[in-house]
Design a protein. Structure first.
Length: 103
């Protein structure tokens, strides 16, 4: 099962730490197939991309997943709303991160 982590990035100075911590927790629970969009900058120079281009890349990654996990603050994020809409259209499992890890 491939898991996509969704959370606020724009105007969130600690987003890399938040996503990394979520990924660490998932891995400690035995999940290995995790898509962490906060790591996109390790693959390419995201400063050269527009917001819309980055969102399109993230949407393509999301379409390869079965589960969407929503980090705290997702309800205030435009990008998270877009990702949640795609997940709903695809009948993916959508859960708040805390609920998922509690099991």
């Amino acid at each position: 099962m491939r898991i996509y982590i969704s959370g606020p990035i724009t105007d969130c100075p600690n987003y890399r730490r938040n996503f990394a911590e979520a990924q660490r927790i998932l891995e400690s629970l035995g999940y290995e197939d995790i898509v962490n969009p906060a790591e996109l900058g390790k693959v390419c120079n995201t400063e050269k991309f527009s917001y819309a281009e980055i969102l399109n890349i993230c949407k393509e990654f999301l379409r390869t997943c079965e589960v969407l996990l929503l980090l705290p603050g997702h309800e205030r994020s435009h990008g998270c709303g877009v990702e949640e809409g795609i997940a709903e259209e695809r009948d993916m499992i959508i859960m708040e991160f805390e609920d998922f890890v509690r099991g």
